[in-house]
Ligand binder design. Structure first.
Ligand SMILES: NC(=O)c1ccc[n+]([C@@H]2O[C@H](COP(=O)([O-])OP(=O)(O)OC[C@H]3O[C@@H](n4cnc5c(N)ncnc54)[C@H](O)[C@@H]3O)[C@@H](O)[C@H]2O)c1
Length: 332
């Protein structure tokens, strides 16, 4: 990092915010200032990463060296913070889900356009190497249009997120529950690959997780233009696995996230042709996302989820919740 490199302000240094702190530092292209309302978290950031950590983000916007802001607070505060940061002329990277309603999305887009700053949404699956490669292959079109997609995903939340009972996850009004917390990642990835969702029919339930009442299990069927999509997701299964199957006119593509590979089976063949797409460690995709954000702030092309795509996935989340509660298909 050189003295002229910008600094990034990370607001909310909890579970994912800490990862942003670490991975922005790992890019070697930016300094980091942390902000958290909890004193113990601030102390931790300073002790572990040697960064300044403050309790109030507003005065930090007076510092001209801070050119970008990562918003990693629970979802109900994303919009207000993002709009104020854009109005102060800062680039923003906003955690998912973008928000809990569509109420302020027009204001957010207007603030970005008026400020002429870069804004992205942290749907980090855009940086999974196997998914990136499969997307490129599918979109090149050699198998024809995708007609049917099946997404199967789950993990044991008590192992991966032991604090799930204490954080936003326990409360849908803070962005909690499996639909807004986890299904949203899958829906955004599918929209990124095959196009926006045009219809959703969703069922969900609290099946297993102790100490919460929000849904931990979801089945959804959707249409994304000409493609029919099914999602099966839970947050209690023993095995940590995510698999995407894309069936096109003349063949199929499979992505196995945990095996870090993707494969193609064209009609007439009997064996998958696998391609390895290794991930050295989990931080790698977040460091790639951080670098993409810095590229975006410099006007360079990058694969980050755009605001428009984040708003589209917010429509999916809201449609899925409405479909579940009203027991009918919804057009997002
Ligand atoms: N992309 C991913 O892989 C991923 C993973 C986990 C969480 N998330 C998202 O990131 C967001 C945060 O999730 P988390 O798991 O880190 O939650 P968390 O509860 O662990 O951390 C949130 C932190 O924000 C702080 N905070 C809240 N309001 C604040 C404010 N106004 N000013 C300063 N600090 C404030 C809290 O003290 C807390 O430390 C959520 O929107 C969540 O959906 C994304």
């Amino acid at each position: 990092m050189s003295a002229s490199d910008p600094s990034v302000l990370v607001i909310g240094c909890g579970s994912i915010g800490e990862r942003h702190v670490r991975t922005f530092l790992a890019t070697g292209r930016a300094g980091v200032v942390g902000c958290d309302s909890r004193a113990a978290v601030r102390e931790d950031m300073t002790n572990r990463y040697g960064i300044e950590a403050v309790s109030d983000w507003v005065p930090v916007l007076e510092n001209p060296a801070v050119s970008g802001v990562v918003i990693a607070t629970p979802a109900q505060s994303h919009m207000e913070i993002a709009i104020r940061c854009l109005q102060a002329g800062r680039h923003v990277l906003i955690e998912k889900p973008l928000a809990l309603s569509l109420a302020d999305t027009d204001r957010l887009v207007a603030a970005r356009d008026r400020a002429r700053r870069f804004a992205g949404v942290a749907y980090v699956l855009h940086f999974v190497p196997a998914l990136q490669a499969a997307r490129q292959f599918i979109q090149a079109g050699s198998l024809g249009p995708v007609r049917h997609v099946a997404v199967n995903t789950g993990q044991h939340f008590p192992f991966f997120r032991p604090a799930y009972r204490e954080i936003y996850y326990r409360d849908r009004a803070q962005g909690g529950g499996a639909i807004q917390d986890a299904l949203t990642h899958m829906a955004n990835a599918i929209e990124w690959i095959v196009g926006p969702t045009t219809r959703v029919f969703c069922d969900a339930a609290h099946q297993v997780l102790e100490g919460v009442t929000v849904e931990d299990t979801v089945n959804a069927t959707a249409r994304n233009g000409p493609a029919l999509v099914s999602y099966a997701l839970n947050q209690f299964q023993a095995v940590n696995e995510t698999r995407w199957d894309f069936h096109a006119d003349t063949g199929s593509v499979r992505v196995e996230m945990n095996a870090q590979r993707w494969g193609v089976l064209a009609r007439g063949e009997t064996e998958w042709k696998w391609h390895a797409a290794p991930l050295a460690e989990r931080d790698q995709i977040y460091a790639a996302q951080a670098a993409a954000f810095l590229d975006g702030t410099e006007g360079k092309p990058n694969p980050l989820c755009t605001l428009e795509e984040g708003i589209q996935t917010l429509r999916f989340n809201l449609a899925a919740l409405q479909s579940w509660s009203e027991n009918r298909p919804i057009l997002p």
